[in-house]
Design a protein around this ligand. Structure first.
Ligand code: NAD
Length: 257
């Protein structure tokens, strides 16, 4: 039987396990980086821009004992992902965890969306999962296993009016997760996704106070989720038994049942 990977055991060795987190300059990615630093991981953190904010996340994680490297790169560009993994290879420790979190959303009618915007959405929210996974997998195989965690959305299964491209991309992430989980289960690499509902981050900063109240009334828990709650679930999946694979875990305060 394959033993589940244990970050605690690895922490007691000289080298801590390495996790790659995308979109770590703010929101869910930042909270995830901090939670993983607390759990004993070293970190390679990516964001598109916002080098200062990314460095601030890194400082916080270093204060928790993690070794941290940061890099600004576009995860929707396969060459930029390859360059990032070349930099990651210079880090001590072996890659045990990929958290593909970075993403963008766009609001508007589908008929008003340009092909360029469609392409950017699909590259950023879906193709990036392929670009990052194809680079992470061989490294994890060399290290004896690992975990891939994708941050999807409830819209990936439910579909949202005025967020058709986003819904299509996240639906793709869900199918990608299930298929890849089957492909990698024999190799001791587990693949799961989290589908959050409405989380209180910059991604939802466009909501007016009134819209926010209406939204919170729709959610059985009566509030939006916190980035730290998603991060806590990432940490738990990272520590979960190897038998947990191929799941889309909904985290929505009862909004999506
Ligand atoms: P956010 O807008 O606060 O942060 C997004 C992060 O992604 C930033 O660090 C940004 O630099 C990075 N990013 C964006 N495009 C990038 C690119 N091309 N290359 C590299 N990095 C890039 O968003 P958030 O709310 O923290 O969302 C994180 C993830 O959670 C996204 O995938 C999002 O779709 C998903 N999600 C969010 C919510 C929500 O309500 N906030 C709900 C469901 C799913």
């Amino acid at each position: 039987m394959t033993e589940p990977y244990s970050p605690i055991e690895e922490t007691t060795r000289k080298t801590r396990p390495l996790a790659l987190v995308t979109g770590a300059s703010r929101g869910i990615g930042r909270a995830t980086a901090i939670a993983l630093a607390e759990a004993g991981y070293d970190l390679f953190l990516l964001a598109r821009k916002e080098a200062e904010k990314l460095e601030d996340t890194a400082l916080r994680c270093r204060s928790l004992g993690a070794r941290v490297e940061t890099r600004c790169a576009d995860i929707g560009d396969s060459a930029a992902c390859e360059d990032s993994f070349t930099a990651l290879d210079a880090c001590p420790g072996s890659l045990k965890l990929l958290v593909a979190n970075a993403g963008i959303s766009r609001l508007g009618l589908l008929q008003d969306m340009s092909p360029e915007d469609w392409d950017e959405m699909l590259r950023t929210d879906l193709s990036s999962c392929f670009y990052l996974s194809r680079l992470a997998i061989p490294r994890m195989l060399r290290g004896g296993g690992g975990k891939l965690i994708f941050i999807s959305s409830v819209w990936g299964s439910r579909g949202a009016s005025c967020e058709v491209a986003y819904s299509a991309a996240k639906g793709g992430v869900n199918a990608f997760t299930k298929a890849l989980a089957k492909e990698l289960a024999p190799s001791n690499i587990q693949v799961n996704a989290i589908a959050p509902g409405a989380i209180d981050t910059d991604m939802n900063a466009w909501l007016s106070e009134e819209e926010r109240v209406v939204l919170e009334e729709e959610i059985p828990a009566g509030r939006m989720g916190q980035a730290e709650e998603v991060a806590s679930l990432v940490r738990q999946i990272a520590a979960a038994p190897a038998y947990l694979t191929g799941n889309i875990l909904t985290l929505s305060g009862g909004w999506e049942i």
